[in-house]
Write a protein that binds this ligand. Sequence first.
Ligand code: FRU
Length: 494
Amino acid sequence: MSEKLMQENIIKAQKEIENKKQKVKNGQMRQHYHFMPETGWINDPNGLIYYKGRYHYFYQFNPYYGHWDYMHWGHAVSKDLVHWEYLPVALAPSEEYDDHIRGGCFSGSAIEHDGKLFLMYTGTSNHGSGYEQTQCIAYSEDGIHFTKYEGNPVIYPPEGVPSDLFRDPKVWKHDGIYYMVCGASRNKKAQALLYRSKDMIHWEFFNVLAESRGEWGYMWECPDFYQLDDKYVLMFSPMGESDRKAVYLVGDFDYNTGKFIWQVSGEIDWGLDYYAPQSFLAPDGRRIIVGWANEWQWMSFWKDWGPTYREGWCGFFNLPREVRLMPDHTLQFIPVKELEILRENGQSTGCFAVGSQEMALKAGDGIAFEIKMKVDLEETDASGLEIDLRCGEGRKTTCTFDFKHGVMQVDRNASDGWSKGVSSSTLFLKGKKELDIHIYSDQSSLEIFADQYHNNHANNIFAGNAQNQIKVRAYGGSAVIRDYESYGMKECFR
Ligand code: FRU
């Protein structure tokens, strides 16, 4: 009976997608190569997995219109992490534990178990005494059509955890046992709770994996935990920590005690539009993460969701990034090598100097492009470098590298007459010979990576097509640029 209701709700959603997808396809602001929904609203990446020869993206999805509402799980597959094929909606709200209209099937993860694809997600309901979040299971034989487990929910909020602050299970397997980390809050402080199970159905609480003493907010959304070389990484998106939106901790973990002791912390991305990243393993062993390119209304720089809702959609994912551990146990987040298949019209230049006189740079059509370059810090006497992206009609987005004060900033106050805010991060340049810069520009976003992929800024901007120039200048002296390469990026989402 209840399975029937989910199928009906999926059919309803699919009809809506069929009716509206052409309008979204015609959208002026749709991305050229960043993954976006077929119609409607998208937020967190969910259930990322490489399963039976294909990468799967599931995602928080409202197929009906470009605003957050009544969460479904959208679904798409890819052979190369670049070209994606949409599949039917995987989960729709249908049960008393996941059917609240301001709730639904919230974030979660995927794992292979017993030859089937299992999803674990947060059901959100409200029966008159506040929101109730519980952890639920769905499974599939073919990786496309899912059945919700009849014994759902499999985990209820533990004592002391408010029932509206218990969500986003991320599952993995170690030595034949399943583990799951889930975001929670206790005494107004964030926690990552660790559970374990032998069969994906019966779960026991194991330990508090890590918790905030107040310095990392009151709730961790979308925690994720994995081994990287000989260390362990916990990632989460803290609520109540102003501009910290995608934090990582690196440390040691003991499967006997379930305790994680971390020594290093960092930010995955300092941009205004990077949230709730989830990781998965590629078949060649790379740990890859994907984050949602937007922010919530409770965040400091939030202005609005963006004008794309008028075109019937809102939101996309930032580019998949490979996570690498550095010798000092900080992390690098490097756009995956698969993206190189999108390159066209490559150009490269040897060494050149930039002074206070503005210079034009060429990269593809000036809208969808990639640029890589290095600043030779030994030959540079400038105090900083400014790169203006998507310039035209008196508008621009300025990326500044202040060598003297050690700051990187992306300013979008003049980007499009709509966006606002400056993203900012510290650049540690002391003793360094060069500063590497890597830029991806798409129709509605800029992702800028610097200093060995430690200083990353993802920012959405909604610039028109006449904004297609790129300019660079140095201040306080001249800057020497080496190994400049640029490419146009082929369309795969248009
Ligand atoms: C994070 C989040 C999750 C929740 C989902 C709801 O962006 O708030 O905690 O599961 O979005 O769509």
